[in-house]
Ligand binder design. Structure first.
Ligand code: FES
Length: 119
């Protein structure tokens, strides 16, 4: 699995989101509370630039929230800028159709102070 150094870890503070080009593809690298994730910058809906979207959380309403709307998972959701489909950064799955609308995720490691994405 080819490994690509994308920069020093200091350039990716918690909450950061950064696009990097790795050969012919563009990848979004996200630091979610100190854990790194990488997704392709292509939305599976209509190929919009997914990783250029805003990073937020999401509302939830379930038995776990007492059937009241609650704001959860701040910093774990990226919203595609073209049509607003939200994706879980940690899994690549959309919130609206997790089994149908999803992107792959790439492993990210930090070694010797460098962030590395494995394609
Ligand atoms: S292209 Fe991403 S939501 Fe439509």
């Amino acid at each position: 699995m080819p490994e690509h150094v994308v920069g020093p870890v200091a350039e990716f503070p918690p909450g950061s989101q950064r696009l990097v080009r790795l050969g012919r593809i563009e990848v979004g690298v996200f630091n979610v509370d100190g854990v790194f994730y990488a997704l392709p910058n292509v939305c599976p809906h209509q190929f919009g630039p997914l990783c250029e979207g805003g990073v937020t959380g999401a509302t939830a309403c379930s038995a776990a929230t007492g059937w009241k709307f609650a704001w959860e998972r701040e910093g774990e959701v990226v919203t595609c800028p073209w049509h607003g489909v939200e994706f879980d950064i940690t899994t690549g799955r959309s919130l609206v159709a997790p089994d149908r609308l999803k992107v792959r995720t790439y492993p990210v490691v930090v070694e010797d102070g460098q962030v590395k994405v494995r394609l």
